[in-house]
Unconditional design. Structure first.
Length: 81
C-alpha cells in the first residue's frame, strides 16, 4: 500500500506532495528537518492523504496532485481547514 499525501507549511505559502509507504514516519521526517526539499518551510501540517493499491497508481495520483489543477484543489482544501 502506498499513500499519496500533501503537507502545507504553517508559516509560508508552500504545499508539498509526495508518496510513501509509512505516512507517520514521512511526515515526522518533514517536520524534523530531515528532508532537504522541505526543510526551509518548517513546520508542516498534513492536509491530504490518499491510499493507493500499488506504486504505479500512487505515482499517477501524485502527478495529478502536483499538476496545476491538483495544486489548486489542495490550496482550496488548505484554506478551508
Amino acid at each position: 500500500m502506498i499513500t499519496v499525501y500533501a503537507i502545507s507549511s504553517l508559516n509560508r505559502n508552500y504545499i508539498y506532495v509526495g508518496m510513501t509507504s509509512n505516512l507517520a514516519e514521512r511526515v515526522k521526517r518533514h517536520n524534523t528537518g530531515r528532508e532537504r526539499t522541505t526543510k526551509p518551510y518548517l513546520p508542516y501540517k498534513l492536509i491530504f492523504s490518499e491510499v493507493c493499491n500499488n506504486r504505479k497508481n500512487g505515482r499517477a495520483r501524485e502527478k495529478y496532485w502536483k499538476s496545476g489543477i491538483g495544486k489548486e484543489k489542495l490550496r482550496v482544501l488548505r484554506n478551508s481547514i
